[in-house]
Design a binder for this molecule. Structure first.
Ligand SMILES: [Zn+2]
Length: 78
């Protein structure tokens, strides 16, 4: 009885889990350095959570560089 209930609950959760995380890591090429980088399933989750519907164009290193640059230009333009 207990086991049945638990299996049912887990099964439901697993179905939902699959729906939400039915992603595969994607390999993208960085527009800045041309290096291939992995857009992991968890990163895709993160992007969607943040409301970004585009895939990242830069690898981690270039992204942080670009972010810093953007912040600087925003500061100077204001
Ligand atoms: Zn890069």
């Amino acid at each position: 009885m207990l086991q049945l209930t638990r299996t049912r609950a887990t099964g439901l959760r697993e179905e939902k889990h699959l729906e939400e995380n039915g992603r595969k890591p994607r390999f993208l090429v960085c527009v800045d350095c041309g290096e291939e980088f992995v857009f992991t399933a968890s990163a895709q989750d993160y992007f969607e959570e943040k409301g970004y519907y585009q895939s990242p164009k830069r690898c981690k290193a270039c992204h942080s560089k670009h972010k810093r640059g953007t912040q600087e230009s925003i500061n100077t333009s204001r």
